[in-house]
Design a protein around this ligand. Structure first.
Ligand code: BGC
Length: 750
C-alpha cells in the first residue's frame, strides 16, 4: 500500500541514520571539559592568533602561510576533501597552537543529493522528513570535510517578490519554528563530532525577509512587537534546538544594520536566550555598514560589528586590519575579543576537530546513496501541492492514455534543483520526462518544450507543442521559473509566469484536451489566469533530484498529493504583503459585499460610509490561502471538542476532533489548529497557527485526533512590550487550511 510504503521508507532511512549517529556525548561533564580546554587555549593565544580565529576567508587555496601563522580561523567554500585535509594538517601540525579550521559551506537543501527548495520542504509540513533531509545533507557534506553549514534560513517571508523566499520556510512563525528546529537537529545530529554531523547556522538574524518592497538587501522597518512576535520566534526555536552558530543579516532594521545591532546580538541572543555559540557576519556585511552610512570607514565598521557581538567576519578584512588599533585605542575591550574567540573555539571542540579534523580516505565523498535518493523522493512527494483538480482530471489512471508533456521545465536536470545548489549534482536529477517515460513507455509520452526556457519571448516552439498536444489524451504543461529567477539578489517586481508561458497555455487550452498545469518555481507566482484555464494544477516548487519521479507518481496516481502551502498565494502582486495572520482592521472586508471596480457607477459620489478594507480590483482574498492543498481523496472534520471551556494560565487546552477520509483511496491530510485572541491589550491577528499533524488515513477510515495547546503558547507582546497571556475569550479552529470553519470558543481566566 502506498501509505505503508511511505512509512517503511521513512522508517528505514530513520533507522539507518540513527545507527549512524553515536550516542550523545554532549553532557554537562563534556561541556565543563570543553570550557576548561577553551580557557587553557585562549590563555596561551597571542592577540594576532585571536584575531585569526575571528577571520573567515573564501576558498581553500592561497592561504597556507596565513593558516600556518594562525591568521585564519575558518574557510568557506572548499569541498575537496584532499585539500581540506591538507589545510587541516597545516593548521594542526604547523601552526603554533594547532587550532583546526572550521569549514563553512552553503548546504541549503541538500549537498549532491538535492532535496526540494526549503520553501518546498516547508510545504511537507513534516518536521521529521525535514530533519532527515538535513541529516543527509550533513552526512554528504561532512564526507568532503565541510563541518559547518549556513542553514537553516528561517527568515519569515511574507513577500513573494523577494527571491530568497525560496530559501525560507514560509510566512508563519510557528511552522518555520518547527521546521527550522528540525533542520538544526538534522544537520547537527545527536553528536556534533560524528562524521555525519555539521554545525548549523540560524540565519539571517534578523528580519531580513521583511526587505521593503521585496527587493533583496533593502532596508526593513519592523515594529518591535512584530519583531518579537513574528520574526524572532523561529530563531528562539533554533536556539532551543541547540543551534551552534548564527549569521547576521545584510539588512538594517529601522536604521540599525543587523551586523552592528547590539540589541539583537547582545540583548536578545546572548542575554535573553543565553546562546553560547558564535555569530558569523554575512558576506562582507561588516564592511557594508559603510554603504549603509552606519560606519565612516572599515575601522568603525569593525568596531560596531565586534561590539554588537559578531564573532567572525566573512570574506572581508575589517577585523584583521583594525582590531589591534581598536584595542589600543580602547574602542574594543580585550575581554570582548577573548569572549568572541572562546565562543568560536568551543564550537570547534564540540565538532571534535581538535581530535580529528580529517576525512578518512574510506569515508570521502559519500554521495547519493539509495536511501538518500529515497528520502529526497519522499520529500518531493510530500512537498507538491495540488491546487486544483476539476472533474478528477488527476490522477491519470489509464496507462493507455497518451500524455503530451509540454513545457520548458519538463526536462531540465539543472533547473529543477532550484536555487543555492553549489554542490548539487544535476546528473543525478530525474526529470518529469524521464520519469513519465519510464512509467508509461516512450510511445505514450509526447514531449515538446514549446519554449526553450521559461523566459522565452517568442512562439517558434508552439507549433510542434500543439501538434503533439492534439494527438494526446491529456496535456501536462510543466512550466514555472528557472532556478536563477529566485534566490539571493533575484527579486522580481512582477511574479507572473515569465516569457510566453501564458500564451502557450492559452493555445494548449484551445485544443479542448484536459490540461494539467505543473509549476516549478522558487516562489508563489501569480497564476490566477493560468489556474483558471487548467483543469488541474500542481505546485511542485523546485523539487530537487527526485522531483520527476515524485511528480510522475502523483500524476499517475501511484502517490496521493499531500503538500500544503507554507505561504499565501496572492492573486495580484499589488496585494503583497499578504499573509493569513493579518490584523482585522477597523473595517474588515465582508466576503459578500466588496465592491468591484467595474460595478461602481459612473460619477458615484465618494463616501466614507460603509467602506471596508479591500482592493476594488482584487478584493481581499488570496488566490490560494496559507495551509491549503487538495488530495485525490477528501477529508471531513467533525466533533470538535475541548476538554474544558474555561482555563487557567498553567493549563493546556486539549483539542480533539474526528477526521474522516471520505473518499475512495488512502491519503494523508495535514490537520491544522488555529487560534484567535478576540480582544487584546494590542490588536491581535485574525488567526494564528498553533499546531499541525500529518495524518494517514485509509479510504473511509475515521480517526480521533487531538492537539495539546498549552495556554503559554497564546502569549504575545503587549503595549509595554511584556510577553503576556491575557484573560479573555479565544476562538479556535481545526481544518485543512487557514480558512478552516469548524470552531469552538474557550475562555482564559486569571
Ligand atoms: C548570503 C548568505 C550565505 C553567504 C555565504 C551571502 O551572500 O546572504 O546566506 O550564507 O553568502 O555564501
Amino acid at each position: 500500500m502506498m501509505k505503508n510504503k511511505v512509512y517503511n521508507i521513512i522508517a528505514l532511512v530513520y533507522l539507518i541514520l540513527l545507527s549512524a549517529c553515536e550516542v550523545s556525548t554532549t553532557t554537562g561533564v563534556m561541556n565543563d571539559d570543553i570550557d576548561r580546554k577553551v580557557e587553557e587555549l585562549v590563555s596561551q593565544m597571542t592577540l594576532d592568533e585571536k584575531i585569526g580565529q575571528m577571520c573567515q576567508v573564501n576558498g581553500g587555496h592561497g592561504h597556507d602561510e596565513s593558516i600556518k601563522n594562525g591568521a585564519i580561523g575558518s574557510i568557506l567554500n572548499d569541498v575537496d576533501p584532499i585539500n581540506v585535509n591538507r589545510l587541516q594538517k597545516i593548521a594542526l601540525e604547523e601552526s603554533r597552537l594547532g587550532i583546526p579550521l572550521i569549514i563553512g559551506r552553503d548546504v541549503i537543501h541538500g549537498f549532491k543529493t538535492v532535496f526540494p527548495i526549503p520553501l518546498g520542504q516547508a510545504a511537507t509540513w513534516n518536521p521529521e522528513l525535514v530533519r532527515i533531509g538535513a541529516h543527509i545533507a550533513a552526512a554528504e557534506a561532512r564526507s568532503t570535510g565541510v563541518n559547518w553549514t549556513f542553514a537553516p534560513m528561517i527568515d519569515i517571508s511574507r513577500d513573494a517578490r523577494w527571491g530568497r523566499i525560496a530559501e525560507s520556510l514560509g510566512e508563519d512563525p510557528y511552522l518555520a519554528s518547527q521546521l527550522g528546529a528540525a533542520m538544526v537537529k538534522g544537520f547537527q545530529g545527536d553528536d556534533l563530532s560524528s562524521d555525519k554531523s555539521i554545525a548549523a547556522c540560524a540565519k539571517h538574524f534578523a528580519g531580513y525577509g521583511a526587505a521593503e518592497g521585496g527587493r533583496d538587501y533593502n532596508t526593513t522597518l519592523i515594529p518591535p512587537r512584530e519583531l518579537r512576535d513574528i520574526y524572532l520566534p523561529p530563531f528562539k526555536a533554533a536556539v532551543d534546538a541547540g543551534v551552534r552558530t548564527f549569521m547576521a543579516g545584510f539588512n538594517d532594521i529601522d536604521g540599525v544594520p543587523a551586523t552592528g545591532n547590539k540589541f539583537l546580538f547582545r540583548q536578545v541572543l546572548r542575554q535573553e536566550w543565553q546562546f553560547n555559540g558564535f555569530v558569523v557576519s554575512d558576506w562582507a556585511s561588516p564592511w557594508e555598514m559603510i554603504n549603509h552610512g552606519f560606519a565612516a570607514n572599515e575601522k568603525e565598521a569593525a568596531k560596531r560589528a565586534i561590539n554588537a557581538g559578531v564573532n567572525m567576519e566573512m570574506a572581508t578584512t575589517t577585523y584583521r586590519d583594525n582590531i589591534t588599533e581598536l584595542l589600543e585605542e580602547g574602542l574594543v575591550k580585550e575581554e570582548t575579543i577573548n569572549q568572541a574567540v572562546r565562543e568560536i573555539i568551543r564550537v570547534k571542540f564540540e565538532l571534535g576537530l581538535f581530535d580529528n579534523p580529517y576525512v578518512d580516505a574510506a569515508n570521502q565523498n559519500q554521495f547519493a546513496k539509495q536511501e538518500y535518493l529515497d528520502a529526497a523522493k519522499q520529500s518531493a512527494l510530500q512537498s507538491m501541492v495540488l491546487l486544483k483538480n476539476e472533474n478528477n482530471t488527476l490522477p491519470i489512471l489509464s496507462s493507455n492514455k497518451k500524455v503530451a508533456l509540454i513545457g520548458p521545465m519538463a526536462n531540465e536536470m539543472y533547473e529543477q534543483m532550484g536555487t543555492w545548489v553549489f554542490d548539487g549534482d544535476s546528473t543525478l536529477t530525474i526529470t518529469p520526462l524521464k520519469a513519465m517515460k519510464d512509467a508509461l513507455g516512450d510511445d505514450k509520452v509526447l514531449f515538446a518544450k514549446g519554449m526553450e526556457i521559461t523566459r522565452t519571448q517568442h512562439t517558434k516552439g508552439f507549433k510542434q507543442a500543439l501538434k503533439l498536444a492534439k494527438k494526446a489524451d491529456v496535456i501536462v504543461f510543466c512550466g514555472g521559473e528557472e532556478a536563477i529567477l529566485s534566490g539571493e539578489a533575484h527579486s522580481r517586481a512582477n511574479i507572473d509566469l515569465p516569457g510566453v508561458q501564458n500564451q502557450l497555455i492559452k493555445e494548449l487550452k484551445k485544443t479542448g484536451k484536459p490540461l494539467v498545469l505543473v509549476v516549478m518555481a522558487g516562489r508563489p507566482l501569480t497564476i490566477g489566469e493560468e489556474s483558471a484555464m487548467a483543469d488541474a494544477v500542481i505546485y511542485a516548487w523546485h523539487p530537487g533530484t527526485m522531483g520527476g519521479e515524485a511528480l510522475a507518481d502523483i500524476l499517475l496516481g501511484k502517490a496521493n498529493p499531500s503538500g500544503k502551502l507554507p505561504v499565501t498565494f496572492p492573486k495580484e502582486v499589488g496585494q503583497i504583503p499578504m499573509h493569513y495572520n493579518h490584523k482585522n482592521s477597523g473595517r474588515p472586508a465582508n466576503p459578500n459585499s466588496w465592491t468591484q471596480m467595474y460595478d461602481i457607477p459612473v460619477k458615484a459620489p465618494q463616501t466614507s460610509l460603509g467602506n471596508e478594507s479591500h482592493y476594488i480590483d482584487a478584493g481581499f482574498t488570496p488566490l490560494y490561502p496559507f495551509g491549503y492543498g487538495l488530495s485525490y481523496t477528501s477529508f471531513e472534520y467533525s466533533d470538535l471538542k475541548l476538554n474544558k471551556s474555561v482555563y487557567q494560565d498553567s493549563e493546556t487546552v486539549i483539542v480533539s476532533f474526528t477526521l474522516k477520509n471520505t473518499g475512495e483511496i488512502e491519503g494523508e491530510e495535514v490537520a491544522q489548529l488555529y487560534v484567535r485572541d478576540l480582544v487584546g491589550n494590542v490588536s491581535r491577528p485574525v488567526r494564528e497557527l498553533k499546531g499541525f499533524k500529518r495524518v494517514a488515513l485509509e479510504a473511509g477510515e475515521v480517526q480521533n485526533i487531538s492537539f495539546e495547546l498549552p495556554i503559554a503558547e497564546l502569549a504575545f507582546h503587549n503595549e509595554d512590550m511584556q510577553k503576556v497571556v491575557e484573560a479573555g475569550e479565544f476562538q479556535l479552529w481545526v481544518g485543512g487550511d487557514s480558512n478552516a470553519t469548524l470552531s469552538q470558543m474557550f475562555t482564559l481566566e486569571k
